[in-house]
Design a protein around this ligand. Structure first.
Ligand code: MRU
Length: 359
């Protein structure tokens, strides 16, 4: 399969321009923070885990040309750069968690010189990148257990290799199930307005030779009623301490439908998508995007230009509608508040061990 969505390559960020898929597989080379910021904003790079990696690499772009050895000025510069990256998109918490990790590197090394900090920051950004590759495969191992042989799965948006470094969350589970020799088929919701399901998920799944059927978003209820769906698997952009989950607009609708039809509804997301500082989903900031995205597609108007438009990019699924959350630490089931806490409880430090706490 092998899709390399984002990488750090000879001092710049190389990423697939996802706005051109499925027609063209083309890369953008971001050599400065502004270019990266724009790539995030226009969804050339998208998907919560990929945004975390992009943010960390963005800090590297920002510090690359920092002149001099003044530590105080350097720290200010890193803060300014990460504040700027933080304005690109508000919902996926991976982006903010990655920026926080980068800043913690500086706090953990109060004596380090500018040159040393530059190298430590690079190490951290590459660790975030490598971790994504590792945890996606771990989630794949856990989540594949939930896919029964012969199953028919529904998914929305794109939670695949294109939303991560190279493997995926919800689609990663499917890749692992396929490797295990399981037979299953996938229905992909097209995911208006930007069609991540139609353009990206169907492209990815076809490349992986997974039996895939594309449907319009408004067909999901009928498929469930017809008994064609055995499970729903989606990714997430931010999960609150109680398990309420923000994901692409339309996810909540699928969760309500799944409950009505007694179909299991699974979220697949790594620790970096959890925001344990917020109690519930009401506190999750939901991005609103431009009216142009709804008025038409690809520059073609499909509605009267004057019509009012509301375009929230994400919705929140209440924890009560979620059957389980697959993470790299295992499968979390209700009651979510307690079990999320237990799953991510920091390991108690052993005497003399180094502090490796993060985020
Ligand atoms: O607006 P997008 O395309 O960035 O939205 C992405 C999603 O909602 C994904 O489902 C989510 O980030 C999970 S990605 C593994």
């Amino acid at each position: 399969m092998s899709i390399q969505t984002i990488s750090w390559s000879s001092g710049h960020v190389k990423l697939i321009d996802q706005t051109l898929l499925p027609h063209r597989l083309q890369y953008i080379h971001c050599r400065d923070v502004k270019t990266l910021w724009r790539a995030i904003r226009r969804l050339s790079v998208r998907g919560a885990p990929a945004l975390g990696v992009a943010a960390a690499f963005g800090v590297l772009l920002g510090i690359k040309t920092f002149p001099g050895r003044d530590r105080k000025r350097f720290i200010k510069h890193v803060e300014k750069t990460s504040d700027y990256i933080a304005t690109s998109r508000p919902t996926a918490v991976n982006l903010f968690n990655a920026l926080a990790r980068m800043k913690q590197v500086i706090q953990r090394h109060p004596e380090a010189s500018v040159a040393q900090l530059k190298s430590l920051l690079k190490k951290e950004a590459l660790a975030i990148y490598e971790e994504d590759r590792r945890v996606c495969r771990r989630m794949g191992d856990f989540g594949a257990r939930l896919i029964k042989n012969g199953a028919s799965i529904l998914t929305v948006c794109n939670a695949g290799a294109l939303a991560t470094v190279d493997y995926g969350t919800a689609l990663g589970v499917m890749y692992t199930a396929k490797k295990q020799g399981k037979k299953f088929q996938v229905y992909a919701c097209e995911t208006r307005p930007l069609l991540q399901g139609a353009r990206l998920t169907s492209w990815e799944l076809l490349r992986a030779k997974i039996d895939t059927t594309l449907i319009c978003d408004n067909m999901a209820a009928t498929l469930m009623k017809q008994g064609r769906i055995d499970a729903v698997f989606t990714g997430a952009d931010r999960i609150a301490a109680n398990g309420d989950t923000a994901n692409k607009i339309g996810t909540y609708m699928l969760a309500v439908l799944a409950r009505h039809h007694k179909i299991p509804f699974y979220i697949v997301a790594p620790r970096s998508t959890f925001d344990l500082a917020i109690e519930n989903g009401r506190q999750i900031p939901i991005e609103e995007r431009s009216k142009e995205e709804v008025l038409g597609f690809g520059g073609q108007l499909t509605a009267p230009r004057q019509v009012k438009v509301y375009n929230p990019a994400f919705d929140v699924t209440d924890n009560a509608l979620i059957t389980a959350i697959v993470t790299e630490k295992g499968i979390i089931r209700p009651p979510f508040r307690e079990n999320i806490k237990k799953t991510f409880r920091p390991k108690t430090k052993q005497a003399g061990s180094r502090d490796r706490s993060r985020m």
